[in-house]
Design a protein around this ligand. Structure first.
Ligand code: DHB
Length: 389
C-alpha cells in the first residue's frame, strides 16, 4: 500500500516537472523545404539541427530547446502561413531555416512584427538582412563567393566569360557581383544568361554559351541543381570544347559532387564550406554527420544549420534564458566562434555572417570527389553591404 502511494506520488511529481519543463521550453520554429525541388536543402539542415542537439544536448541556459519542424515545400506563401502559426499558436522564440530567398523575404515582416529573431540558415541574397532588423544569417551571400571567383579568374588568364545563373535573387547577386569585379579587374563578360529557378533546362543556354566561345563559363545554380547542370554541360559537349567551368561552390555541392563523375575533376570554384576542410572541428562534424545519416556527406547547407543552432544556444546562454527578441539580437550581434567551415562571426552592424572564402579545386581523394581548398580569403564581409557604406 505504502509502496503504491509512493509510486503514485512520484508519478505526480514527474508529471508536474515535465509540465514545468514544457512550459519553460524555448521553441524554435524550423521552416524548411522538406519536399519539392529544394528538398535536399531541407534534409541537410534538418540532419544538422538534429546532430547539434544530439552532440550538445537539448537544453541551453537550463531550458529545454524544442525544435518544431515544418515543411514549406519550397513555397513562400506556405512558409509565411507556417511562420504566422508558429508565432501565434506555438509562441516560438526563434524562426529558423529558410531554404530559398523568397521564403526568407516573405517571413521577414512577421519577424519584425513579432520581434522574433529570424535565423537564416540557407538563403544567400544580400538584401535579406535588410528586410528585417530581426534577421541574422549563418549561411553566406553569393557576392562573398562570386567576387573572389572573378579575382581568381583574371589572375589566371581568363579574360572572356559568359555568366549563367539561376534567375532569382542569389543568381542575380552572383551575376552582378562577379561581373562588376571581373570588369574592374580587366575582364570582359560577353554574355549574361539566366535560367528559371523551377525545373530549368540548361541545354539552350549552354548552346549559346558554347557559340560565344568564351575562355570560361561562370555558373551559379542553387543547391540540388549542380548534378543536372553538369550532366547537360557534358551532353552539349562543353567539357570537350576547351571552355572552362568556373562556379560558386553551390554548383560543386558536396551533397551531389560524388555523383557528377570525373568530368568535374579540376573545376575551380569558390565557397564558404567544403566537407574536405582541414580542421579537427570539421573532421568531427563530418564523421558524426555521416554516422548519424547513413553515410550522407554534409554540405554547405548543413553547416549553415549547425551554426544557426549554435547561435541560438549561445545567445540563450548569454541572455540567461531570456527570450525577448531585442535581448536575443543584442546577444547575437558580434558573436564569434569556430565553425566546421573555419572561424566565423556575426557582423554587429549588418547581422550578416563574416567568414573565410576558399578557392577550391575538385579532386579525387580515396576514390571520392572533393572540393579541395588551396587558397583562403579571410574574414569576408558581404561585399554588397560593404560597398554601400
Ligand atoms: C539560395 C538557395 C540555394 O540553394 C543556394 O545554393 C544559394 C542561395 C537562395 O535561395 O538564396
Amino acid at each position: 500500500m505504502v509502496r503504491r502511494q509512493l509510486a503514485a506520488a512520484l508519478a505526480a511529481v514527474a508529471l508536474l516537472s515535465s509540465a514545468a519543463q514544457a512550459e519553460d521550453a524555448v521553441k524554435v520554429g524550423l521552416i524548411l523545404p522538406m519536399t519539392g525541388q529544394q528538398a535536399s536543402t531541407g534534409k541537410q539542415i534538418d540532419a544538422a539541427v538534429k546532430l547539434y542537439q544530439a552532440v550538445n544536448g537539448s537544453t541551453a541556459a537550463g531550458k529545454k530547446i524544442e525544435v518544431i519542424l515544418k515543411d514549406d515545400t519550397g513555397v513562400a506563401d506556405v512558409a509565411k502561413r507556417l511562420a504566422q502559426e508558429l508565432v501565434v499558436n506555438d509562441k516560438v522564440a526563434f524562426l529558423a531555416g529558410f531554404g530559398l530567398t523568397p521564403i526568407a523575404l516573405a517571413v521577414a515582416p512577421i519577424a519584425t512584427q513579432a520581434k522574433v529573431p529570424e535565423v537564416v540558415m540557407a538563403a544567400g541574397t544580400s538584401s535579406i538582412t535588410d528586410a528585417s532588423p530581426f534577421v541574422v544569417r549563418t549561411s553566406f551571400t553569393l557576392a562573398q563567393s562570386a567576387v573572389p571567383m572573378a579575382e581568381w579568374a583574371v589572375k589566371n588568364g581568363i579574360n572572356k566569360v559568359v555568366t549563367l545563373v539561376s534567375d532569382f535573387g542569389p543568381g542575380i547577386d552572383a551575376e552582378k557581383s562577379f561581373t562588376e569585379r571581373f570588369k574592374s579587374d580587366g575582364g570582359t563578360v560577353i554574355e549574361s544568361l539566366r535560367v528559371p529557378l523551377r525545373s530549368p533546362d540548361f541545354s539552350p543556354v549552354l548552346q549559346k554559351a558554347a557559340d560565344a566561345k568564351p575562355d570560361a563559363v561562370f555558373v551559379f545554380v542553387p543547391s540540388g541543381q549542380g548534378a543536372q547542370f553538369v550532366k547537360q554541360f557534358v551532353e552539349r559537349g562543353l567539357d570537350k570544347s576547351g571552355i572552362k567551368l568556373i562556379a560558386t561552390g553551390d554548383v560543386t555541392d558536396d551533397d551531389q559532387l560524388n555523383g557528377m563523375g570525373d568530368v568535374v575533376i579540376g573545376v575551380i570554384n569558390t565557397h564558404n564550406y567544403s566537407a574536405a576542410h582541414d580542421s579537427a572541428a570539421n573532421k568531427a562534424f563530418v564523421d558524426a554527420f555521416k554516422k548519424a545519416n547513413a553515410g550522407m556527406r554534409p554540405n554547405f547547407m548543413a553547416v549553415g544549420g549547425w551554426d544557426g543552432m549554435h547561435l541560438i544556444y549561445e545567445a540563450l546562454k548569454m541572455t540567461g534564458g531570456a527570450t525577448d527578441g531585442d535581448t536575443l539580437l543584442a546577444a547575437m550581434k558580434g558573436m564569434a566562434w569556430e565553425s566546421p567551415r573555419g572561424p566565423i562571426s556575426i557582423d554587429p552592424q549588418t547581422r550578416d555572417i563574416v567568414q573565410n572564402i576558399y578557392v577550391r579545386k575538385v579532386e579525387k581523394k580515396d576514390g571520392e570527389l572533393y572540393n579541395v581548398e588551396f587558397a583562403t580569403i579571410p574574414n569576408v564581409k558581404d561585399p554588397v553591404k560593404a560597398a554601400k557604406k
